[in-house]
Design a protein around this ligand. Structure first.
Ligand code: 3HC
Length: 309
């Protein structure tokens, strides 16, 4: 018994000293499982997240915009690979993780279950969704698990490009015709509240946060990061003339934060339970792509078996 306590104490001491936990270090099973849950769902989000934007690659308004969007979507695929690789350092195989996604046993971010109706949605996603990801992932880049934090450092650099290109799309449209301005505003009206939901339920309704904050995987709470995102984003909206679709939004000079309206948590839980506008379409596309790509995986495995064993 004392042996296990010393391992636990050594682990806690490492965290208290701000040290990073590496794959070969002893860790509580629950720490490992929490990381596998969170990291695999993060990776799934990156993969599914390619679908809404991929929908517009062939319909981009110019070759330049097509190239930028293509680069962004390819980046997301790379993000998924980094995070699946980081998750595998915890002793789990990505095949198992991907099967869990396809069998509906694992989640991905609710945000990707909304439709992309116009080109302005590409701007709203880059600016809001990747903007929210930057706030979340910048914190995760300092998390206690080495492979995850290192993956985040690389990913955050690319997210900044994603965020800027999205904001530029909207800024340009807001300097355009009345129709373009209306299209941009309509996209933000549809993406604003689901972007706030990306940070998860409120702290009091978050069953995983206590563990994750105790173990310094989450360095800030869901609500804190959500507030940080709002405070950072509202001035950006003002700068290009976009109106945030929240009549209760107002700046509090005392707290120096924006106060905001009530998030529709019924919608949030309905979407994460599989009843969002695009959940079925997304899973259908993912399972088809996985099935169609079977021959590629088999070819790679055959080559690896021949040349690397
Ligand atoms: N979508 C889907 N499920 C969500 C969710 C969301 N927006 N927010 C919370 N949930 C789920 C959680 O997974 C958990 O369910 P589970 O226990 O079955 O896994 C449940 O709701 C309760 O939420 P908790 O707050 O207790 O869960 P967490 O402590 O894990 O916090 C989180 C949720 C903030 C999303 C956290 O997991 C996290 O920071 N994950 C890493 C970042 C991430 O996954 N981002 C997703 C977007 S990826 C992206 O933006 C790509 C970019 O390139 C565009």
């Amino acid at each position: 018994m004392s042996e296990t306590i010393s391992k636990e104490q050594a682990f806690d001491q490492k965290l208290a000293n701000g040290q990073v936990i590496e794959p070969k270090d002893w860790m509580p099973e629950r720490y490992r499982n929490q990381l596998i849950r969170m990291m695999s769902q993060h990776a799934h989000s990156e993969v599914v997240g390619m679908l809404p934007e991929g929908n517009w690659i062939t319909r981009a308004p110019s070759l330049e915009r097509k190239l930028v969007l293509l680069a962004k979507v390819q980046d997301e695929a790379g993000h998924a690979l980094y995070i699946y690789s980081a998750t595998e350092t915890l002793g789990v195989d990505r095949k198992e993780l991907i099967d869990q996604l396809h069998e509906g046993k694992a989640k991905y971010s609710s945000i990707f279950n909304y439709p992309t109706l116009t080109w302005a949605d590409m701007g709203a996603i880059g600016w809001l969704v990747d903007g929210a990801a930057i706030v979340n992932q910048t914190a995760l880049a300092k998390c206690s698990y080495g492979p995850y934090s290192r993956a985040m450092i690389r990913i955050c650099k690319e997210e900044n490009f994603h965020n800027k290109q999205g904001y530029q799309i909207l800024a340009r449209m807001m300097q355009g015709t009345e129709v373009q301005k209306k299209m941009a505003q309509d996209a933000v009206n549809r993406w604003w509240w689901p972007s706030l939901m990306m940070f998860g339920p409120t702290d009091k309704d978050s069953p995983n946060s206590a563990d994750l904050m105790k173990w310094k995987v989450k360095l800030h709470s869901n609500d804190d990061l959500r507030q940080r995102f709002i405070d950072r984003t509202v001035p950006q909206a003002d700068a290009i003339g976009i109106k945030i679709p929240d009549p209760e939004l107002k700046y509090n000079e005392k707290t120096r934060h924006y106060e905001f309206g009530q998030i529709n948590w019924d919608e949030f839980y309905s979407v994460i339970r599989g009843n969002g506008p695009c959940n079925h379409e997304r899973m259908k596309a993912r399972t088809k792509a996985h099935k169609d790509g079977k021959w590629v995986r088999e070819a790679v495995e055959a080559y690896a078996a021949k040349h690397f064993n």
